[in-house]
Design a binder for this molecule. Structure first.
Ligand SMILES: *Cc1c(COP(=O)(O)O)cnc(C)c1O
Length: 403
């Protein structure tokens, strides 16, 4: 295609895109490109000083003792679970309404996922559902999840599972910015795993981290994120460093690069502002969508809680038809999540009994809809979402009122 053709193509694509509202657009802090250029020019691009700097910065942000940066949240979960040193096949509680990667991590660590049903308001397991699953299976560990940015009460869930806090791995992929009782999600964790995936609250593109208050666990994960080597190449390269290293246990290749860490350090300086923007957009959604027929807004008991608002999840009957209508109107949406118990791989691995014992998950999963929510979403775009949604809902036949 010639220059002119390419230009016209681009212009018509831009016109078509202008009216659309994407589900999510990653935000990047000012000056990030210059900082990346500096790192590229430094001659050191894999795990090195920037990763160390990011770990200190993120630990300080969370109020955690230590952070170990890794390749993804999925890798963080697997490394944290492996570090618990549980017997092969040991049962590990996990929400059924979660991301497949979190369950894959349990399986890759050689452990057995036990699905726990969720509460219909918070969309995370309750103390009751956890206690029930624990009584049935005698779990050796538990993975918790901050669905949509709602910080779960980890201590209460650990008690319900009759597990020590050191046997809880927190999937805090939706958690940066969330807090409970004035403490950030992950601040007091034995192992809290974060994601810096493109659509998450602090995007790097790809990346993850484990926050921990246990220095032994931090050291262990630091080694196992890079093959299990006793010294990474940065340490061997430092003055006085030696070429010698040992492999003490068989690790993963799941280190973070200095390029990712450079982006992360810049992103961290913008995170609080982005969180304020998310909260402001959520208030606008609440005001505009409250009272729409057939629409259930996100749960509201936020006493003592700072919600991270990773997602704005509503519930609506006949959700699939609504998604099709919104897509037609150029409005991007998503679903969090298609529950793992409905996926064929886990049905085969865990069996139908396990996968059919989570009725609340199955019911709410049919109704969940995540609306566009990201820093940079304009009020005009948000108004288009509201108009599209209310138009679609009010054109539905109202159910007959009983009585
Ligand atoms: C995104 C996500 C993950 C995985 O994060 P990656 O960094 O992509 O591995 C895990 N758990 C939940 C709940 C997620 O939303």
């Amino acid at each position: 295609m010639g220059q002119v053709g390419a230009k016209q193509d681009r212009a018509s694509r831009d016109r078509a895109e202008r009216g659309k509202v994407p589900f999510a657009v990653p935000a990047f802090a000012g000056g990030v490109a210059a900082r990346v250029a500096e790192t590229l020019g430094s001659g050191w691009v894999t795990t090195g000083p920037q990763v160390g700097g990011f770990e200190r910065d993120f630990a300080e942000y969370l109020g955690a003792d230590a952070v170990v940066a890794v390749a993804s949240c999925t890798a963080a979960l697997e490394l944290a679970l492996r570090a618990l040193d549980l017997p092969p096949g040991a049962p590990v509680l996990t929400p059924s309404l979660t991301f497949c990667g979190a369950v894959n991590a349990i399986l890759h660590a050689g452990l057995r996922p036990v699905l726990v049903d969720v509460d219909e308001d918070t969309l995370v397991p309750s103390e009751e559902t956890v206690a029930k699953a624990a009584a049935r299976t005698g779990p050796k560990a538990m993975v918790t999840q901050n669905q949509g940015g709602y910080p779960v009460d980890v201590a209460a869930l650990a008690a319900a599972a009759r597990l020590d806090r050191t046997r809880v791995v927190e999937d805090a992929a939706h958690g940066p910015g969330a807090a409970r009782g004035g403490r950030k999600a992950g601040a007091d964790a034995h192992a809290a795993c974060f994601s810096f995936y493109a659509t998450k609250n602090m995007p790097i593109g790809e990346g993850g981290a484990v926050a921990t208050n246990d220095p032994v666990l931090a050291d262990r994960i630091r080694a196992t994120r890079l093959h299990g080597m006793s010294k990474d190449s940065w340490k061997r390269y430092l003055p006085g460093g030696s070429w010698r290293y040992d492999v003490r246990n068989v690790g993963l290749k799941a280190n973070m690069t200095d390029i990712q860490a450079t982006i992360g350090r810049a992103q961290l300086t913008a995170l609080d502002g982005w969180q304020d923007e998310r909260a402001r957009l959520v208030r606008r959604y609440d005001e505009a969508l409250g009272g729409l027929p057939g629409l259930v807004l996100p749960q509201r008991n936020l006493d003592g809680i700072t919600h991270a608002w990773h997602l704005y999840q509503v519930r609506v009957p006949d959700r699939d038809a609504l998604i099709a209508e919104l897509t037609e109107a150029g409005i991007g949406t998503s679903v969090h999540f298609i529950p793992v118990n409905q996926m064929s791989a886990y049905r085969t691995l865990l069996g139908p009994d396990e996968c059919e014992a989570v009725p609340v998950t199955d019911r709410v999963a049919e109704e969940l809809l995540s609306l566009p929510l990201f820093p940079g979403l304009t009020e005009a775009q948000q108004d288009r979402v509201v108009t599209g949604l209310s138009g679609a809902l009010s054109s539905r036949r109202r159910p007959a009122v009983a009585g």
